[in-house]
Design a protein around this ligand. Sequence first.
Ligand SMILES: [Zn+2]
Length: 286
Amino acid sequence: MRLEDHRIIDIPFNAAQHMGGAITPEVLILHDTAGRLTRGNSAAYLRRNDVGVSVHFVVERDGSCEQQVPTNRRANHAGKSTYHGRSGCNEFSIGIEIVNPGKMEPIDGVPLRGLAWWGQILTDGLEGDLAVKATPEHGSGVWMAYTEAQIETVTALARALFSGIPTLRDIRTHWYVSPGRKVDTNPLFPLEQVRNRVLGRDDPADLVAESGSIPMPAVTLARVATAGSRLNMRRWPSFNPNVIAGIPNGTVVPVLRSGLFDGRGWLCVQYDGLEGWISETYAQLL
Ligand SMILES: [Zn+2]
């Protein structure tokens, strides 16, 4: 995914009815649609409604996504909200709505079932994976897990936005900016995982990578030299599924650190606004 002219060029854009003036986005705010799971249902409502709500992006259960407001225009997604002392988050945030039924009431029996606010009964393993969970922020309820495809899309979208919008600096949820009034995203959302993958902070794997490597002298450069057309850039110095970018062969990148992990040399480099690790085997120090 790539941001160009305030739109993610790889996904459809269908303009929302309620679009405000110019904004400078600083925070990404994640929401649940708290609505039916049928593809396109919430997207259509958010595009056009009589209550004045709108959002920048909608992510369906199958991971497909639609943009409805350009990232430099105001959408009405957060309502009464405060971020670190500043109120009215719509003026400085981008909203992502993730399709999810929201909080459900438990219904006795096996398998677990939940009663959605619009009267539909959802069953664990049928419409989605359900769990009972309580947190101080959410209270207790039956909640539906997000699909793997949704998490991947939200992560890719957030990365593209952070890569293309230098003023963005945080990822939060609606419950964080509207405490006591809102409970989305739900307690099953892997918020820290997404924050770490996009923001690259506070991750134990980062600390291991840091302590096992040494900083390179300033302005050390390396040229990518791989047999393929692109070299995988990884979040951590390991071959686990942690690829965050593909660096075209022949690209020259700044090198920040180098280290030996699991018997193999790795370099921490900068590419496309991201920091990540490449195998030393496929890089030529200049
Ligand atoms: Zn919300």
